[in-house]
Design a protein around this ligand. Structure first.
Ligand code: ZN
Length: 428
């Protein structure tokens, strides 16, 4: 469990590519084991099964999980409040854990070397972080796992890491240039800021820098940025999906056609939020997770994220199922001027503007007419008229509606965890 010191990656390529039927049996076997274990050790799981009138012996396969009601994020928060800080899910004493990270909430992340290995698998699947690479890690090293866990994974892979942390764009440019950095870990939008800063400083990024790849973490809608990175700068991007509650859940391979399930660590289901039943391939549902962990065996936890899956064979040879994309969050949409606007569409429309740091859509009424407004914070002084025109055009392309008002607000006006949509139309 300790992640102190160097460890072997324990990465078994052959297990990534075992025949699908064998994989199914392997997953079912581990699922049965963890449900039995959780039923013995974790009171909320035992209560959940009892209330549903089922015994752990009835959970023989992933399909059987449908019998267990999903534990929502709100339920988990309640359980954590009643029995802080882990809600009864942690099966070992806290002082036997090698690290405890604290994500906003606060969520106390349970971390062992098993979680680090998921990041190693992502690097391997993406074809990144090979001997000879010099990697700059711009993730935060304070409280949250980001900076440390990526550094642990890169350490296992034997590459050189610069633990740069967040901010100091100009210094990051200098480091990347002087040390001929080849790989980047951090937010894609911050990488774009670094590139723009380098250009401001008179560099030609493609010619003067050695950056070949970037791991995109923490931002779910990087498709637009990805196109710019690949076409304009020759930088390959690979993304993963995970949450602070459950760690890495899926990651891209070199094919970049969906994200392979991290089924070494978790059973993932796509579940119809209304019925609790598993969805067929390509149908949108909630991502529901059962952790195959003896330390923190969460059973059927609903992440609140929406996605769909495909079980079609992937050309890379990995036989795990793939998430197609994260398409939004439950309840993450509004209706205006007779049409739906999804959070993912707003993200997509805004993702091409690297100068924007925060945004929020505000819906109001003028007479009986819906008014669509967007509040914006920018990282630097901008030509507001030109940017407004560009945003209006992009929004029209993405969600087919005209934005009526664009309001530039001072930095810090929008809270860190601000809502994507504010609907003032129902206010008295
Ligand atoms: Zn693949």
């Amino acid at each position: 469990m300790s992640i102190r010191g160097k460890q072997k990656a324990d990465y078994d390529e052959s297990r990534e590519k075992i025949p699908p039927k064998e994989r199914e049996l392997w997953l079912d076997e581990r699922l049965r084991d963890v449900v039995q274990y959780a039923n013995q050790k974790v009171t909320p799981v035992r209560d959940k099964l009892r209330k549903a009138g089922i015994t752990p012996n009835e959970i023989r396969s992933i399909k059987d999980l449908e019998k267990i009601p999903v534990t929502t994020k709100d339920e988990l928060v309640c359980l954590q409040r009643e029995d802080p800080p882990y809600g009864g899910f942690l099966t070992v004493p806290v002082n036997t854990l090698s690290r405890v990270y604290v994500s906003p909430g606060p969520i106390y992340d349970v971390f062992g070397s098993d979680r680090v290995r998921a990041y190693v698998r992502h690097f391997k699947a993406a074809g990144f972080a090979k001997p000879g690479d010099i990697v700059i890690n711009t993730g935060s090293y304070h409280m949250v796992p980001f900076g440390m866990v990526y550094t642990d994974a890169l350490d296992m892979l034997g590459v050189t890491v610069i633990p740069a942390g967040v901010g100091q764009t100009e210094l990051q440019v200098q480091i990347m240039h002087e040390l001929a950095v080849t790989g980047y870990v951090g937010f894609p939008s911050f990488l774009m800021s670094i590139i723009k800063k380098a250009e401001e400083m008179g560099y030609n990024f493609r010619r003067d820098f050695s950056l070949r790849w970037a791991i995109g973490a923490g931002e779910r809608h990087i498709q637009v940025l990805r196109g710019i990175f690949e076409k304009d700068y020759g930088i390959e991007i690979s993304q993963m999906y995970g949450t602070a509650d459950v760690g890495v859940l899926a990651y891209e391979c070199t094919v970049k056609n969906g994200m392979h399930y991290n089924d070494e660590d978790a059973i993932i289901e796509i579940v119809n939020p209304d019925t609790g039943k598993q969805c067929p391939p390509f149908e949108e549902g909630e991502v529901v997770v059962t952790l195959l962990s003896k330390i923190y065996p969460l059973v059927r936890f609903g992440t609140g994220d929406l996605s769909s899956y495909t079980d079609e064979a992937c050309p890379c040879g990995r036989t795990s199922t793939r998430l197609t994309a994260i398409t939004g969050m439950i309840g993450d949409h509004v209706r205006a001027k007779g049409m739906f606007i999804h959070g993912r569409e707003l993200d997509e429309a805004m993702s091409g503007f690297s100068e924007i740091s925060k945004y929020q859509m505000v819906l109001s009424l003028r007479g009986h007419k819906d008014i669509i407004g967007i509040k914006l914070e920018t990282k630097q002084a901008v030509d507001q008229n030109a940017l407004s025109d560009a945003i209006r055009k992009r929004c029209k392309e993405v969600f087919k509606l005209t934005v009526d008002e664009i309001d530039f607000v001072a930095e810090g006006t929008l809270a860190e965890q601000h809502k994507k949509f504010v609907d003032q139309r129902w206010a008295s």
